[in-house]
Design a binder for this molecule. Structure first.
Ligand SMILES: NC(=O)c1ccc[n+]([C@@H]2O[C@H](COP(=O)([O-])OP(=O)(O)OC[C@H]3O[C@@H](n4cnc5c(N)ncnc54)[C@H](O)[C@@H]3O)[C@@H](O)[C@H]2O)c1
Length: 418
């Protein structure tokens, strides 16, 4: 890789566009580390909440960090023209898939169109959202043709993926090495100087390798979970209990590491694989994993139906977020389960300690079947006590084995005291 032109200083001022689960912690952290930061979002309610010191979602240390950042001058705004006087602009927009499961560039397109008039020579643009391979290069071409500025000479562009687990952003963001994929040596050097100010290690590379590295991080985990879920289905076919088999595989064995089954989805894992498989017409591991993970709710319902018809029963769903100990319900499989239960003509009650939902006592007392859909510590630490309050004769479907009963389906009475 060619060298940058000379020693590059880190920028002093940064605009973060998109104050969501990724952008807000980053913006707040940068301000507390001494950068002058302006955060931009189209959501006026969110911007107003931030000025009142309210962190809009669950994030460990979020409120304290926000208070500190506001004291140090952090500003949130809906006005994209505020990017005109900063050294670096970081885009942390949503990158979902569309109705064809293809990358949806709508948010990035809208921001680029709004930004074009305000971009100044010398600015660094960092793409932080998860991107389909080739998107950074595409953004570079669009910028050049729309602004007349040359990337690598007038404007600098890099893809630096976010790899935190939401809920733990402030802890992880300074520990995880930052992958910096600049479109040219100067862009890589400038983006590296920004990230070197706050993280332990910076790995410089090219944009496509950075895009693939981020997607591979997520898909590697996703496939791991899919194997666990497939093994659950195979174990069931043979009348064996998956949690017992997982324990037999892993305990005391050097080459262990088999994951336990569970409900695996969320706004990233659900869609990121499609960024990789978009051009492939044949079946491959990633789309097969998607199919396996997305079928787990139906598998669990079929399991219950082998023992009891669901027609007219009340089903309780415990855990609505897509991941443990957070309040993010995007693409959570709890809602897929809910829909499938509705198709069985069930009454459905739902509880989550972090999401507005039905009262827990009611869910426990009225449900004929309780599905433990998320392994929140809230449930894990008191499941034995909760099941003591379950309706007499209720069944429990515990795919996570939070009860330790080591069976996916069992009468609630067997989990009491666990
Ligand atoms: N959530 C995670 O844990 C996580 C982790 C790593 C990477 N990612 C990736 O990071 C990206 C962002 O994810 P997220 O979870 O933070 O999404 P999010 O939906 O929480 O945040 C996106 C933000 O952008 C704002 N926005 C949309 N259009 C805008 C516009 N035109 N101008 C200004 N703001 C606009 C939205 O209002 C929202 O606040 C995605 O690509 C995602 O795949 C997410």
């Amino acid at each position: 890789m060619a060298e940058a032109r000379g020693k590059v200083e880190a920028p002093d001022s940064v605009a973060v566009i998109g104050l969501g689960r990724v952008g807000l912690p980053l913006a707040v952290l940068l301000q507390t580390l001494g950068f002058r930061v302006v955060g931009v979002d189209v959501d006026a309610d969110r911007v107003a909440a931030l000025h009142e010191g309210r962190f809009p979602f669950m994030e460990k240390g979020g409120e304290d960090q926000l208070a500190k950042a506001l004291e140090l001058g952090f500003e949130a705004t809906t006005d994209v023209s505020r990017t005109a006087d900063v050294d670096a602009i970081v885009l942390t927009l949503g990158t979902p898939v569309d109705e064809h499961m293809n990358p949806d560039f709508t948010q990035i397109q809208a921001v680029l169109a709004a930004l074009e008039r305000h971009l100044k020579p010398g600015q660094l643009l960092v793409l932080r959202s998860t991107l389909a391979p080739g998107t950074t290069e595409l953004v570079g071409r669009l910028l050049e043709s729309h602004t007349g500025l040359r990337v690598g000479e007038d404007l600098f562009l890099a893809f630096c993926p976010e790899r935190i687990a939401e809920g733990n952003s402030f802890e992880e963001i300074r520990e995880i090495p930052q992958i910096v994929g600049g479109t040219d040596p100067e862009s890589t050097a400038r983006a590296s100087a920004l990230f070197a100010r706050f993280c332990a290690e910076v790995f410089p590379t090219d944009p496509v390798s950075a895009e693939l590295a981020k997607l591979y991080c997520n898909m590697y985990r996703y496939i791991d979970f899919a194997i666990a879920n497939e093994f659950m289905m195979i174990a069931q076919h043979h009348g064996a209990e998956i949690h017992e088999v997982v324990r037999l595989v892993n305990d005391g064995y050097r080459r262990s590491g088999l994951k336990s089954p569970g409900l695996t989805s969320g706004p990233c894992l659900y869609k990121d694989g499609f960024f990789l498989t978009n051009h492939l017409p044949f079946g491959e591991l990633i789309s097969t994993s998607w199919k396996i993970n997305e079928t787990v709710p139906a598998f669990l319902i079929d399991l219950v139906k082998e023992q009891r018809s669901l027609e007219g029963l009340t089903a309780g769903i415990l855990g609505l977020s897509f991941k443990r100990n957070i309040d993010d319900t995007r693409n959570s499989l709890a809602y897929k389960l809910k829909k499938l239960l509705w198709m069985e003509n069930c009454q459905i009650l739902m509880h989550d300690p972090f999401v507005e939902s039905d009262e827990l006592d009611r869910v426990l007392a009225e449900s004929d079947v309780l599905f433990v859909t998320m392994n929140h510590d809230f449930y894990r630490t008191k499941i034995g006590e909760l099941l003591a309050r379950a309706k007499p004769g209720a069944l429990v479907c515990d795919v996570w084995n939070i009860t330790g009963v080591e069976r996916i389906l069992f009468p609630a009475s067997e989990g009491v005291g666990s």
